[in-house]
Design a protein around this ligand. Structure first.
Ligand code: NFS
Ligand code: SF4
Length: 627
């Protein structure tokens, strides 16, 4: 068993870039060169363009904008707007899922696949499931969930699932989130010209707006997707470009909302379409994915992951992609012109994500099955147009085990619990191996790729270091896909662990890094840390657990960071957020907020140091607990 090395991945990419050159395609590697060095004002967060008296840029000679706002106010406002963008994005994804559940019916395209979860969830929304018919209850829960977005009074109902201490902390600090949409509106209102310029107030709202995402919108996305499409269970799959098949029709699903990709996966097995594929000379229909739509369908169906965020152009550059079908978020507009250099159909499907040089097929959830059928058919018919001279599919791929929802982690733990003496259905065995020191703690490694960091390098290097130090990993998003491509989601990766973690992996039969899903599924991690804290009788900031986003790039990642620290988990970043231009904002984020929520941000772009800092922090927490 061997991990795939960077050199191997780089060779694959270099070979694909030769194809790019041949067809005259423009790639992100080239565009990064054109955009470097980046604007210093932007990097430091000291450019303000929220009114037409500006734009104003802060320099030693011009320390205030025209309205008199200083660097601290401008940086704070920009940070809050960045958060609001991410929170709105996750939450709107969650809202779409609520609407999909609301139209679910026993004979429609969308059904309830996990009724038990629906019934467990109902009381969270103050609904008594007793005696209610499945779909009646599903629609009631969907409506109650939708009301969380705009309700005039009260706080997010799902925050009641956090530890009691967290709920008290959030209330005390004035950051317990109200209606989901309201927190985004408040953020936009506060950052309008002539409103808040006090860093403390802006950062407090950034935390509250993050919490309305993590314990509101994102959690809706996760939980109601489980109800609709099934709660993930352990499943075997593969990752990296080698999952693309030369002799089959290839369709790549990309984006975040699983509503359409679930249907596409279903119709890839449609006998009529398979017969058509045969007729066109293909041996089958192969669905692969990138980004979080990929994570959703890999977690539930074992659909292979072709790559992550910075692999999206590579997928098209193989020349073997009949269609790349996207829904929302993290989709490079570059895919339009790029796909035009090949036979690839670039299909956009959401009103939220319209792009030039794409074919737009509006995804109407009431006709989802028919739309998926049409899209798969288009791809199959496109197989004959493939230019064989341009096809080059790198052969690297790795085996991966995925599907570790909270429910599945507990199920795996139950497998090693002696039910005569210990309760099943809890994290007790996990709590025990942490307190005994067999494993030292856990790191949630999450987030994107960013060309400021060598593709996947930070993710994979940190993972190797942490597991060697007996620290178990929970992963999501593009970080999980980096692990999958490298081979770290293969159970044989236990060989790279310290003795303690290796033993746990053998006993529980898991890989040392658990793929928990897409980025909205970081809400799963929040429930996990709260339940683990409850199991140990402590609050979350005391746990030997930290979060890390070493290659993040999106607004969503910052919203996540804000709810993770607010949930009491220290968060380590490998890319500078745009706050360096304000000593006050930097001080608050890396220190001051610790007094409010018990956790802060750490920023370090040297990956070796970042890893050491996390291990040190975990050991400090152990010491404080006396374990
Ligand atoms: Ni998360 Fe998922 Fe990837 Fe980053 Fe984008 S796909 S929602 S934002 S790039 S991890
Ligand atoms: Fe300049 Fe103030 Fe307008 Fe911002 S709000 S652009 S700092 S005048």
């Amino acid at each position: 068993f061997k991990l795939t090395t960077y050199e191997q991945l780089q060779e694959d990419t270099d070979r694909l870039l030769e194809t790019a050159e041949k067809v005259g395609a423009n790639t992100w590697q080239e565009r990064v060169k054109n955009q470097t060095p980046h604007c210093k004002f932007g990097e430091n967060g000291v450019c303000c363009r929220i009114c037409t008296m500006g734009p104003c840029r802060i320099t030693p000679k011009a320390p205030r904008g025209i309205c008199g706002c200083d660097a601290h106010g401008i940086v704070g406002r920009n940070f809050l707007r960045f958060t609001a963008g991410g929170s709105a994005t996750h939450s709107d994804h969650g809202r779409e899922i609520c609407h999909t559940l609301h139209i679910a019916s026993p004979d429609g395209d969308y059904k309830v696949k996990d009724e038990a979860k629906l019934r467990r969830l109902a009381p969270v929304f103050d609904i008594d499931p007793e005696g209610k018919e499945t779909y009646e209850l599903a629609h009631e829960v969907a409506l109650a969930a939708l009301e969380e977005y705009g309700k005039p009074f009260g706080y997010q109902k799902m925050t009641k699932r956090a530890t009691k201490e967290r709920q008290e902390t959030w209330l005390r600090e004035g950051i317990l989130p109200r209606a989901i949409d309201r927190e985004v509106s408040t953020a936009m209102h506060m950052t309008h010209m002539g409103n808040s310029s006090l860093p403390e107030a802006l950062i407090r709202q950034a935390l509250r707006n993050g919490l309305s995402d993590g314990w509101g919108g994102s959690m809706m996305g996760t939980e109601l997707s489980d109800v609709l499409f099934g709660t993930p269970k352990e499943i075997e799959t593969e990752a990296d470009l080698g999952v693309i098949k030369e002799d089959e029709v290839n369709i790549c699903v990309h984006g975040h909302d699983p509503s359409l990709s679930e249907m596409i996966v279903e119709y890839a097995e449609n006998p009529e379409l398979l017969a058509l594929a045969k007729e066109k000379g293909a041996n089958g229909i192969n669905i692969v994915g990138v980004c979080c739509t990929s994570n959703e369908v890999t977690m539930r169906h074992g659909i292979p992951m072709a790559g992550n965020f910075l692999s999206q152009e590579n997928v098209v550059l193989t020349g073997a992609m009949e269609a790349i079908v996207v829904d929302v978020q993290c989709i490079f507009p570059a895919l339009g012109p790029l796909s035009k250099c090949f036979h690839t159909k670039f299909i956009t499907t959401s009103d939220i994500c319209r792009m030039p040089d794409s074919e737009f097929i509006h995804m109407d959830p009431t006709k989802a099955g028919q739309i998926a059928y049409d899209i798969v058919k288009m791809a199959v018919e496109n197989f004959a147009n493939r230019n064989k001279d341009l096809v080059y599919i790198p052969q690297h791929k790795q085996k991966a085990y995925v599907g570790y929802s909270c429910e599945e982690i507990i199920h795996k733990l139950d497998g090693v619990t002696n039910s005569q003496v210990d309760p099943t259905g809890t994290y007790r065995p996990l709590a025990q191996v942490v307190t005994s020191g067999v494993i030292r703690g856990a790191v949630a490694l999450v987030g994107c790729n960013n060309p400021k960091v060598r593709h996947d390098y930070a993710h994979v290097e940190l993972m190797k270091k942490l597991i060697a130090n007996d620290i178990i990993l929970v992963l999501s998003g593009c970080s999980a896909q980096a692990a999958a491509k490298a081979g770290l989601l293969d159970k044989r990766a236990k060989e790279l662990c310290g003795d303690g973690l290796k033993r746990v992996c053998e006993l529980v039969d898991i890989p040392p890094a658990l793929h928990m899903g897409s980025c909205v599924d970081i809400s799963r991690m929040m429930l996990l840390v709260c339940d683990l804290a409850n199991e140990l009788g402590i609050d979350t900031p005391q746990l030997p657990v930290v979060g890390c986003a070493p290659e993040y790039m999106s607004e969503k990642a910052v919203s996540i960071g804000n709810y993770v620290v607010s949930t009491g988990i220290d968060t380590f970043l490998g890319v500078q957020p745009y706050v360096a231009g304000s000593s006050e904002c930097t001080e608050l984020l890396t220190n001051g907020i610790g007094d409010w929520v018990g956790a802060t941000y750490y920023v370090e772009s040297d990956i070796e140091k970042l890893g050491d800092m996390m291990i040190e922090r975990i050991e400090e927490k152990r010491k404080a607990l006396g374990i």
